[in-house]
Write a protein that binds this ligand. Sequence first.
Ligand code: NAP
Length: 243
Amino acid sequence: MSQLDSQIAVVTGAGRGAGEAIARKLAAMGAHVLLVARDGGSLERVRQKIQGAGGQATSLPCDLQDPAAVAQLGERVAREFRRCDILVNNAAVGLEGRPLHELAPEEWDRVFNTNLRGPYLMMRALAPLMIQARSGHIINISSLAGRNPLPNGAAYAASKWGLNGLTYSVAEELRPYGIRVSVIAPGSINTDFMDHQGQGARSGKDPAKKLQPDDVAGVVATLVTQAPQAFISEVLMRPTQKP
Ligand code: NAP
């Protein structure tokens, strides 16, 4: 029997990058993974990879910026799957690097609505299922940019500083129900995401020295298989050598 057999795991941003690696890892551990992102095509590609490896996954395309769509997603999970054991809030967007005073309000809203309000809406939609079961794991993927100043990326950094505060507070709200809410804060990961300088793959950083998506997935696997009495609430991850 696999470690996560009969568990339902929801992973946002599962269409590529770290989210894809997390989804594939949880499926390999036996969970039925519900894949969330806007682009149904990328979710379908990941679903087929999981299925090809003998795992179970379902694509649930959804724009996390849309509160009604997230509420509908929660209703569908309750109706069709009746439980949610694991929620990984991984989806996020970055920014072209520029000083805050040059940032348009629409860009600020896009970053905050995805990176901070998105996890709130997902927890609002799915935490009741965990409370009902009196167990569950919620893992929010933050960033070292949520611990440090990030010149030319202030809105992104603020969204991740906010996500940390949200995580610590909700963790205390849900602890009495046996639900663990944790945050993982990685440094540069080798994905197509805009990195901390807002340049993504164009940054000139050595991709081999960056954290790899599977490194993040490995930490998620550790968090969801802790002994019942243990609660790793926060993990900071850095590349061993600066990329
Ligand atoms: P990525 O490769 O750009 O993937 C982001 C995922 O989020 C995609 O599947 C994207 O799919 C989804 N997404 C974006 N906006 C969405 C929305 N409105 N609704 C639903 N899904 C949405 O990113 P990554 O590098 O894997 O990053 C994963 C996490 O790690 C993020 O939280 C990021 O902040 C964090 N992180 C990344 C780095 C890094 O260097 N890459 C460093 C530290 C922390 P669609 O576009 O199809 O919606």
